[in-house]
Design a protein around this ligand. Structure first.
Ligand code: GTP
Ligand code: SPV
Ligand code: MN
Length: 592
């Protein structure tokens, strides 16, 4: 049988830098064995088999959900923990008021104390991965060391994991070092520490999502945002979607919404029947790396290869693509079960739960059957609307950037910024209701600039300056918009149907970029009038639509006051240009 010669090189021999680091971690953590991940299907099958045998995974109904398994996390470990997440820079001001900070020496000492001997009796997995297409100049590699096979299985779906990534690392010997142990899964002994100056991460005590899959938020956002500033690009909490109009032109949009505020759903939306001829292609659903291109446009790649998506709310009406996508080869975490062993969640709209996410008989008195932050992990290629351009080494060019939040009031359905600098103000001013994606209270409005509050690896003041500087350098910058799919009426009902109908708003944005759509000049930016949107077949009353497209100057004067107050926290470091944009908006509100 023909085998490529490089296959004979054992993984530990490929990169000296990785091997030396693994050896130092082995000495510190004292595992029973070390497993270097190859990234093959056989390896995934073997690890899955071991977890099924140990009861850490449960196979789901094989007829209806072939290749699907369920994992249950500990009830104290169900979401990101922002209060235990730190950015450890030499200077506290470099981390900024937006981050928890600890001095690097202190953080290393604390973490190494936790890691000492923590893998006794366990397997240490070496997980080499590449964020972005393997042949892209924009991609970046890392190695995660973990003692959780569940984390390995997730990383195998979420990243380009295994031998090819390690080969890429071996060419430069540069990689992000991510050290992870589940420890005892004790919230009292849990920290997620970032050392952007050293390109390293140390995470202890959680096996869940962004706390543990270190390629995702820790590397591709916190560490990458730091690198991006020094190198002249942007690492953002954004989906990337391609929209093909009935004329056959495809344009790409990137959108930043806070956690559990609709990125995955927008990235794979299905056009309503009343908008025939439109096609939607998903490039990414959570993270985008943006680079100024030689043509003066901004180009985007998705560093990930899979989706770690919110399960509740998914059904054939809200998102047929997601519903179909997660019917095979999907890893579910913290969903409920039906009597015939199918996964079940709130908003599924069919079937009945019998076992809740903790494995107990379902009792509605104890709360939802599926955890509100239950997730699916699935390969991006399983998405029926997957864009083959996800593999393009230079990514896709952007026609628009969208910011958004989840707000019952204040923010209209959509408005357009006047120019890039105003758009940076719009992004920096995003506020949104907190969700179950992070531990803590849900439904509280907080500032979440560019949807990056939990993810920016440095001082927001420097980040906004970087946004302003970058925009000034791009000759053909994308237009910037703000959306809010979550406005409610007096009875608490959503005014906008959302999901597929959101395409009407995206189509208006593309027409604005092409110079063919109209809008009204409002103090906060350009707002479409009802007649400026395509409303053919839309089931929204005229009053509701007027309400959705309105801005209340009284509420907005209060809002700008709060934004000013928020910016004050950044002191002298706040870019004056950002404050000038705020002053312009305040002046317009005062005049109007
Ligand atoms: P992260 O993965 O946490 O970053 O979240 P995300 O931004 O990808 O959020 P996602 O698309 O998974 O949506 C989160 C929740 O919002 C789900 O319960 C969805 O059903 C719901 N949702 C998404 N889009 C809409 C919408 O347009 N309208 C309404 N009302 N709900 C939506
Ligand atoms: C988010 O919270 O924004 C997520 C889920 O996408 S996690 O991977 O846990 O960060
Ligand atoms: Mn996210």
């Amino acid at each position: 049988m023909a085998t490529a010669p490089h296959d004979f090189t054992a993984l530990p021999q490929l990169s000296r830098a990785v091997a030396e680091w693994v050896e130092s971690v082995r000495q510190l953590t004292q595992p029973a064995q070390v497993h270097w991940c190859e990234g093959s299907q056989a390896e995934v099958r073997k690890l899955t088999g071991e977890l099924l045998a140990s009861g850490e995974l449960m196979a789901l109904n094989a007829q209806q959900f072939p290749g699907c398994n369920l994992a249950r996390s500990k009830p104290n470990d169900v979401a990101r923990v922002e209060h235990l997440t730190f950015v450890c820079t030499r200077s506290k001001d470099d981390a900024g008021p937006n981050n928890n900070w600890m001095a690097p020496d202190e953080a290393h000492a604390k973490m190494d104390g936790l890691f000492a001997g923590c893998m006794r009796g366990r397997t240490l997995y070496v997980v080499p991965y590449c964020m972005g297409p393997l042949d892209s100049p924009y991609s970046r590699c890392g190695v995660e060391i973990t003692d959780s096979a569940y984390v390995v299985l997730n990383m195998a779906i979420m990243t380009r994991m295994g031998r090819p990534a390690l080969e890429r690392i071996a060419r430069t010997e540069r990689f992000v070092k991510g050290l992870h142990s589940i420890g005892e899964i004790d919230p009292e002994r849990r920290f997620i520490m970032h050392f952007p100056e050293e390109l390293s991460i140390k995470s202890f005590g959680s096996g869940y999502g962004g706390n543990a899959l270190l390629g995702k938020k820790c590397h591709a956002l916190r560490i990458a945002s730091w690198q991006a500033r020094t190198e002249g690009w942007l690492a953002e909490h954004m989906l990337i979607v391609g929209l093909q109009s009935p004329r056959g032109e495809t344009h790409y949009i990137a959108a930043a919404f806070p956690s559990a505020c609709g990125k995955t759903n927008l990235a794979m939306l299905i056009p309503p029947d009343s908008m025939p001829g439109w096609k939607v292609f998903t490039v990414g659903d959570d993270i985008a790396w943006l680079h100024p291109g030689p043509d003066g446009r901004l180009w985007a790649i998705n560093p990930e290869a899979g989706y770690f998506g919110v399960v509740p709310g998914t059904n054939p009406e809200t998102n047929r693509n997601a519903y179909d996508m997660i019917r095979r080869d999907t890893l579910f975490t913290n969903v409920a079960l039906t009597a015939d062993n199918r996964p079940w969640w709130e908003g599924l709209k069919s079937g009945e739960p019998t076992i809740d996410w903790q494995g107990r008989p379902y009792d509605p008195k104890r709360g939802p059957a599926a955890h509100p932050n239950s997730r699916f992990t699935v390969a991006a290629k399983r998405n029926p609307s997957y864009s083959p351009h996800s593999e393009d080494p230079t990514g896709v060019p952007l026609s628009a950037i969208v910011f958004g939040g989840r707000r019952r009031e204040v923010a209209p359905l959509v408005y357009e910024a006047r120019d890039w600098a105003h758009g940076v103000l719009v992004g920096a001013s995003v506020a949104s209701e907190t969700t179950a994606a992070a531990t803590g209270q849900v439904g509280v409005v907080r500032r979440d600039p560019m949807a990056m509050q939990p993810f920016c690896g440095y001082n927001f003041a420097d980040y906004w300056r970087h946004w302003l500087d970058l925009g000034a350098k791009i000759k053909r910058p994308p237009r910037i918009f703000h959306v809010n799919w979550f406005r409610r009426d007096a009875h608490g009902k959503f005014l906008w149907p959302g999901f597929g109908e959101n395409l009407r708003v995206l189509a208006w944005m593309l027409d604005r970029s092409a110079g063919t759509a109209r809008a009204a000049d409002a103090p906060i930016g350009w707002i479409p009038r009802p007649e400026d949107l395509n409303t053919t077949g839309l089931q929204v009353g005229a009053d509701a639509l007027r309400e959705l497209l309105s801005m209340d100057p009284v509420l907005w004067r209060k809002e700008t006051g709060e934004i000013r107050e928020y910016f004050r926290r950044y002191g002298e470091r706040l870019p004056p240009a950002l404050l000038r944009e705020l002053e312009k908006t305040e002046a317009r509100l005062a005049a109007g």
